[in-house]
Write a protein that binds this ligand. Sequence first.
Ligand SMILES: [Zn+2]
Ligand SMILES: [Zn+2]
Length: 237
Amino acid sequence: MSKIIQVSTRLWRIEIGIVNVYLIKTNDGLVLVDAAWPNKADAILEGVKQTGHDPADIKHLLLTHGHVDHAGSAAEISKRTGAKVYVHAADIELTSKGEAGYDGITVTPGIIPSLVYRYVIKPGGTKYDSFHIDKTIADGDILPFANDIKVIHTPGHCAGHVSFLMPQDGILIGGDICANVMGLSYSTINEDRAIARESILKVADFTFDQAVFGHGNPLKKRANQVLKERFTDTKLK
Ligand SMILES: [Zn+2]
Ligand SMILES: [Zn+2]
């Protein structure tokens, strides 16, 4: 059994170990956001069933980025459901190789990020099955098939990272823009933490009440303000 949280009337969080994938209900089928690690398709599709939906109705798979814990089962999910796959052009190099290596990344300072990197991220490997990308997505795109979700390019964690704003629901799906595991902080690894910070402040200029992430817990109230306050704090490293 996967752990499921219903975030709003048409958004569910499906926990797959320490990564979250999201299910969006539309008037024309289901949209999945992210695909967890390799070999997690069964767990994801089982989680979709637990929300009360039929996995065969998954029409689209949106990827926040190409890391192995978000794109790992994309090949299997698209094969089994026929879902079209979308990713930002800057992460195609990662996804088409089927390997999102961590060259050039830095680990966020502090004992917890160093432990997470050493014991979770590194042993997790970087390889997964590559998959066909049906369409690239770019900053400012509005996706009519996903309840008019807005694509916001949020590089820094990696070059092709995007966040998805659900304006009508007042929710941001932030991916690994930051994490809220043991408090709200930077993701454990980033290609460029200064750019990641700019991206967080960029999304914080939009209006949304809740924010959900690839790792950790949602922000449930005044989320854009909470992000702005946290990441303008110069003491945060
Ligand atoms: Zn990532
Ligand atoms: Zn991640």
